[in-house]
Design a protein around this ligand. Structure first.
Ligand SMILES: O=c1ccn([C@@H]2O[C@H](COP(=O)(O)OP(=O)(O)O[C@H]3O[C@H](CO)[C@@H](O)[C@H](O)[C@H]3O)[C@@H](O)[C@H]2O)c(=O)[nH]1
Ligand SMILES: [Mn+2]
Length: 769
């Protein structure tokens, strides 16, 4: 009986949690790899060549380096098991939700779109995201879209102004014909002319193209024409002195959902649309994206702050006045969706699904946020920059979910408002008033002015913003640190990867941009590891050990550069010098090395294929992994160290979202674009590693063939030959870019000469060890 009622209770929930079964086989397999790793450690430890003094060729040091590397690889492998041990998926039941609740009572959603630069992030991309967010299948009076413009640019404002007009046609078009995706650019690019509503299709497309032409020409000129300025009061906020780094706070409500004029062409209400550029002054740190997010989140808390002050200082009679003010905020919706400007909503029904998680009567109250994977709409078939992380999205993040949490990835994440403000779960009192649409009598102008005060530089001074409240400051991956902090305050979170992708963004299309992005990520994550937020310390006793380890899979990207680099340098150098470092083929000790290598790679290939990758895609991933580890991660490791000594400061290099035609063409042909690198030192290292392994491989083979080494000596060098051969195979496109290609995306000869100089210097030095 008890069992039965339990089953019904499961079914009446708004979502279901399912653990992937049959992981037993995997666990046995993983144990065999673990055994192999242990054997490798034992072999290294027992055979340290102390007494190799007959010819002092530095074998001891090379050996030690490999030992440390293998130790690190092994430990890292163990850490990665935490995200594969218990894989959990969630399914929401949105029909149950809609049957059970009146849609109007579901609660408001505030959508924050962040942009930072009208050149790197073209306003057309930004407004496509805004328009698709406005077109969600959700009651418009409960939907507000805020655009946070860290660029403080009137070009972006102009684009948003145009978009606000276009939305009056676009939103009803979307709902009338129930189309997807609702980003106009993506829609017109992928959905062909349809005969069902040909007339409307053509006319809306024309409207869109006119708007696009206007915006693009204004952006190209870099100046909003005077007649356009007259169309909206908001333009008066900009004058000739306004710059990106120096301007007052600007808040403009572009569409007021309460207003009679805030309706679409069919007479239905539209979502409220707000433009916001927080104040920026040269002397105040602005904390990049985290600062932008906090300026948006804080609306609500400013009032709570006033509320508390007044409570203490004023007569209780005044209380009701204050309360009126608290409840008469701009929106103060209970849920917040956070989006990067290039991540457009691709699934118009997703809000209902997310609310299933938050509103589940039994399991929903402790969920702080629901994170979606980062997906892209511009990937090539074999994804040659390995931008999509298929296995990460399908398995690893679901594996972290097995520990009751999700990684907050900065975009495509729905938050419960309180969880972002630093509230501990134990102190959380669910707000029963889910319909925050206030009966606010203030005019748009009054609201604009009131909100400006909340977006000033000084507002956060001496407060807990960026520390205990809001998104964490001072770390380039504010998202990861914030998510961890929320989990440690007792909240749960959910990772949800629905069939139809919820959001699509723009992936980097050149190697340079891809590496810079990974540098920022790995740097930020390693910084988290070394900050007070280190999961093992900060999370101790608050989150389970598996989750602490799960975080480290990502936080430790940067230091993993060192063992990888040691491997791909030591192996060719010792080949050139004929120093054996591995067991020979006939020795039993050869087995653990071979097994660990073959088993982990075969598994990773199988995993990638089962997650929808191609063989070539997997191969590309191996190349990118090696490139990232030897460049981006290395530099972020070094930068982290220099930062510790105060030699450099946190920075946030924005990912470039524009591409020239030439670059786009190479991208579509899956040809790696090495060119135009702002960071030629990364390319030099890349070329050095590639050439060194080529020389090592050739040198090693020649040594065996020409010097006619006996079987024993040559088989002792076999693993080193294989390591270098693998690097050479993975790096084939690098040699092509060095020696064959002549296009703009190839590697310049000056870089080649620099690397050859490096190698010669390195080999000379190696002789002195
Ligand atoms: O001073 C800044 C810098 C950036 N941004 C915005 O932050 C977002 C992410 O920047 P982007 O350059 O596209 O970085 P990505 O590497 O693509 O971003 C990922 O990684 C970041 C952390 O490194 C997270 O903040 C992002 O949400 C996540 O998508 C963009 O919308 C920017 O407009 C700001 O609002 N203010
Ligand atoms: Mn981005």
């Amino acid at each position: 009986m008890g069992e039965k009622s339990c089953e019904i209770e499961e079914r009446v929930g708004l979502f279901e949690r399912k653990e992937v079964r049959k992981r037993g086989v995997y666990k046995v397999f993983a144990s065999t790899i673990f055994a192999a790793i242990c054997f490798i450690w034992v072999y290294r430890f027992r055979n340290i060549p102390y007494d190799d003094d007959d010819d002092d060729d530095g074998r001891y040091w090379y050996w030690l380096l490999l030992f440390m590397s293998e130790f690190a690889f092994g430990l890292y492998w163990i850490i990665t098991q935490s995200v594969r041990w218990r894989i959990v998926y969630h399914t929401p039941f949105k029909h149950t939700l809609l049957n059970r609740y009146d849609e109007q009572k579901l609660g408001g959603v505030d959508i924050f779109v962040c942009t930072a630069d009208p050149i790197l992030e073209p306003p057309m991309i930004v407004i496509n995201t805004v328009l698709s967010a406005m077109a969600y299948n959700y009651p418009s009076n409960n939907l507000t879209v805020y655009l946070s413009d860290d660029g403080g640019s009137d070009l972006t404002f102009y684009a948003l102004f145009k978009a606000s007009i276009f939305s009056k046609h676009w939103v009803p078009f979307c709902t009338r014909f129930n189309i997807q995706p609702r980003s106009p650019e993506a829609y017109f690019a992928t959905q062909n002319y349809t005969t069902n509503f040909a007339q409307e299709w053509l006319s809306i497309k024309k409207l869109y193209e006119n708007m696009k032409r206007d915006i693009e020409s204004v952006v190209a000129n870099g100046k909003v024409p005077d007649d356009a300025r007259k169309q909206h009061n908001g333009f008066s906020e900009w004058n000739h002195k306004t710059t990106k780094q120096d301007h007052q706070s600007i808040v403009q409500i572009m569409i007021d959902g309460r207003d009679k004029n805030g309706v679409d062409e069919d007479g239905y209400g539209l979502a409220t649309l707000v433009y916001m550029a927080r104040e920026k002054r040269p002397n105040y740190p602005h904390h990049f994206k985290a600062g932008a997010m906090n300026a948006l989140v804080c609306h609500h808390y400013m009032y709570i702050y006033i509320y508390i002050c007044m409570y203490i200082y004023l007569l209780s009679l005044l209380m009701c006045l204050v309360q009126i003010r608290v409840s008469s905020e701009i929106t103060n919706a209970p849920y917040i969706l956070n989006l990067d400007c290039d991540m457009y909503p691709n699934n118009a029904d997703i809000i209902h699904e997310v609310l299933c998680f938050f509103m589940d009567e039994v399991k929903g109250h402790d969920i702080a946020y629901v994170q979606f994977p980062q997906n892209y709409n511009n990937l090539t078939n074999n994804d040659h920059y390995a931008n999509s992380c298929l296995a990460t999205d399908k398995l690893e993040l679901a594996g972290i979910c097995g520990h009751g949490a999700a990684l907050y990835c900065g975009t495509g994440c729905f938050h419960r408002r309180e969880s972002l403000s630093g509230t501990y779960f134990k102190d959380y009192l669910p707000n029963k008033d889910t319909n925050p649409k206030r009966e606010d009598k203030r005019t748009v102008n009054e609201l604009n002015e009131a909100s400006k005060a909340l977006a000033t530089c000084t507002f956060e001074k001496d407060t807990q913003w960026g520390k205990e409240m809001g998104l964490v400051y001072g770390i380039p991956v504010e998202d990861i640190a914030t998510g961890l902090a929320i989990s440690c305050r007792g909240w749960k979170s959910i990772y949800y990867n629905p069939e139809r992708k919820a959001f699509l963004g723009v992936a980097p299309t050149t190697l340079d941009v891809a590496l810079v992005q990974h540098k920022r990520w790995s740097e930020g994550m390693f910084q988290v590891f070394f900050s007070k937020y280190c999961p093992f310390i900060y999370g101790h006793g608050k989150i389970n050990f598996g989750l602490q380890m799960g975080y480290c899979v990502y936080l430790l990207w940067a230091p993993m550069s060192l063992p990888t680099l040691s491997y791909v340098i030591v192996s060719p150098i010792t080949l050139l010098r004929g120093i054996p470092l591995f067991p020979q083929l006939t020795s039993l000790w050869f087995l653990p090395f071979a097994y660990a290598f073959v088993a982990t790679n075969a598994y990773s290939l199988g995993e990638a294929l089962s997650c929808g990758s191609t063989i070539k895609g997997w191969w590309n991933l191996q190349r990118m992994r090696l490139i990232r580890r030897t460049t981006s991660y290395l530099f972020s490791f070094i930068d982290n160290i220099t930062k510790k000594f105060g030699l450099s400061q946190t920075n946030f290099v924005i990912t470039d979202k524009v591409v020239s035609e030439d670059v786009q063409k190479r991208y579509e042909q899956e040809v790696i674009d090495f060119g135009n690198s702002s960071n030629s030192i990364m390319l030099t290292i890349l070329a050095t590693v590639a050439l060194l392994n080529l020389f090592g491989l050739v040198g090693g083979i020649m040594r065996i063939v020409i010097m006619d080494l006996g079987f024993t000596s040559s088989s002792q060098l076999m693993i080193q030959i294989m390591v270098s051969a693998l690097v050479v195979m993975v790096y084939l496109p690098v040699y092509e870019a060095l020696f064959i290609r002549t296009d703009k995306g190839s590697i310049s000869s000056s870089i080649m000469f620099k690397s050859i100089a490096f190698i010669s210097l390195g080999c000379c030095l190696a002789h002195f060890i």
